[in-house]
Design a protein around this ligand. Structure first.
Ligand code: ZN
Length: 137
């Protein structure tokens, strides 16, 4: 098992209290954050299974603090699995902001992401009719 610094993301073979690279007090860092904040930080984790799982959990928790970080993740990730996980989470959280952002993704380059967006928009009764119509939903 590898351990990571949540600020510089260097990894270590063992659990350390202070990051030897950037000096962050890792124990204090985690202690001062609640579960949702930790999951949001985990979205940046370099091993892709972690952001995917964090996004899924954030979707289950439906905490609106996750909306902006998830949107940023979709915008910057080049991994379609991570993008899809973030899109699914945004569909679950479903704030007006999340919904509006999902509406902009109908042209996303990855079919896997577009299909997920279509699925979310189709089942969501809050989706504006013109958007459903245009997508043939
Ligand atoms: Zn560090």
């Amino acid at each position: 098992m590898r351990f990571y610094c949540p600020r510089c993301w260097r990894d270590f073979a063992k659990d350390v209290t202070i990051c030897p690279h950037c000096g962050l007090d890792i124990r204090e860092f985690w202690k001062s954050r609640d579960y949702v904040e930790k999951l949001i930080i985990a979205l940046e984790h370099p091993e892709k299974e972690t952001p995917i799982r964090a996004a899924w959990l954030l979707g289950q928790l439906k905490d609106s603090r996750a909306v902006l970080p998830l949107i940023e993740l979709v915008k910057k990730t080049e991994d379609v699995y991570i993008a899809r996980a973030a899109v699914q989470a945004l569909g679950e959280i479903d704030t007006p902001e999340a919904r509006q952002f999902l509406g902009t993704l109908v042209q996303h380059q990855a079919k896997m992401v577009r299909d997920e967006v279509d699925r979310i928009l189709a089942k969501n009764e809050n989706t504006p009719k013109h958007l459903k119509k245009r997508r043939g939903l």
